[in-house]
Design a protein around this ligand. Structure first.
Ligand code: MRU
Length: 337
């Protein structure tokens, strides 16, 4: 991803390894400040995931893979490191997938840093292919709605949901993107818009509750989101608010696509009701810019994700092509690559 840093344009990833450190873009400060956060221990890597210095399912997975490499290089107990990293965020399946791959690689005596790099590069390549397979779905002159941030910050290099939009834009198609602001953490307003500005892709940030209005008026041609975990029958856990958007899209006959690499599919789960849903601090809802938005004594609930049943999903844009929920099993063959 190309971003302007210290007066220069740099090509950097959301997370990478440098010597015995894991480096990442400090996403809590974007879009106003571009800073690098350095994690030197597994505990610091855990902090970065839990506190959302880094976020987005595939990026969390890659960060954890580097955390495992760090543990191996430092002579830490690998089992303990895996447990700590797995306890950071419960919903994104990439986290568990990446840690299991790394635990096996270290157990098999493979070079930990090279294994983590291979994992990171395989995710980046899958996202590139998601862009290639998803691009034909976006018509020239089309308008796409996306929710949260499923771009290069949430993955590496291309993004999942944003990859087809990048590809369409780079091919010269005139597209327009509606980016849901995505309360309470504002990943759409802060991060998706940041990426679209960097790429020069025309877009508008909309309040979360405005999407239905634009769908009803015929101003949205299709929706594309990412996912944190997908079950074998195609139920999807993604950022809170995704479910509502999918239902309204269905009601208005608008295609709703979910863009994912294989690492997001939990082949052990069938019903979306069994996906663990993270509930974060009520302060994320109650406080904006350090000011309380409700009266003293007000409380809030803050689920970070919701589940969209497969029946509302038109297709999954994956590294092997666009699959219906019934065809997800085909991704099993690409596991471990
Ligand atoms: O809480 P976050 O910011 O980690 O949530 C991110 C999302 O919900 C993304 O849509 C999802 O991880 C897919 S990222 C390619």
């Amino acid at each position: 991803m190309k971003i302007k840093m210290n007066g220069q344009t740099e090509d950097i990833r959301a997370v990478w390894m440098e010597g015995k450190t894991v480096q990442m873009l400090e996403q809590r400060l974007l879009p106003h400040k571009v800073e690098i956060f350095t994690a030197r221990t597994v505990d610091e890597v855990c902090y970065s995931i839990k506190e959302m210095v880094i976020r987005g399912a595939p990026s969390i997975g890659v960060c954890a893979a580097y955390g495992m490499a760090l543990a191996a290089m430092s002579g830490d107990d690998i089992g303990q490191a895996a447990e700590k990293l797995k306890a950071t965020r419960p919903t994104a399946y990439d986290l568990f997938h990446a840690i299991d791959i790394m635990q096996k690689a270290v157990g098999d005596g493979k070079d930990p840093v090279q294994s983590a790099e291979d994992y990171a590069n395989s995710i980046a390549e899958k996202c590139r292919l998601i862009g290639v397979h998803g691009e034909p779905l976006i018509p020239d002159g089309g308008t796409v709605l996306t929710h949260c941030n499923a771009g290069a910050l949430a993955t590496l290099d291309f993004g999942t949901a944003l990859a087809p939009m990048r590809e369409a834009h780079n091919k010269g198609k005139k597209i327009f993107v509606f980016a849901d602001e995505t309360r309470p953490r504002l990943q759409g307003a802060a991060l998706t818009s940041f990426e679209l500005v960097q790429e020069g892709i025309p877009h508008a940030i909309i309040a979360d509750n405005a999407a239905g209005h634009f769908m009803f008026r015929g101003e949205i041609d299709l929706c594309i989101t990412g996912a944190d975990r997908v079950t074998v029958i195609g139920d999807v856990a993604n950022k809170i608010g995704t479910y509502e958007k999918a239902v309204v899209a269905h009601e208005n006959g608008i295609p709703f696509y979910v863009a994912i690499p294989v690492s997001t599919v939990d082949f052990n789960l069938s019903s979306g009701k069994d996906i663990p849903i993270e509930e974060r601090s009520q302060d994320e809802v109650l406080i904006i810019n350090e000011k309380p938005i409700g009266p003293e004594g007000a409380s809030a609930r803050n689920p970070a994700f919701d589940v969209t049943p497969a029946k509302f999903i038109t297709g999954f844009i994956t590294e092997i092509g666009v699959l219906t929920p019934n065809e997800l099993d085909k991704l099993r063959m690409t596991m471990g690559q």
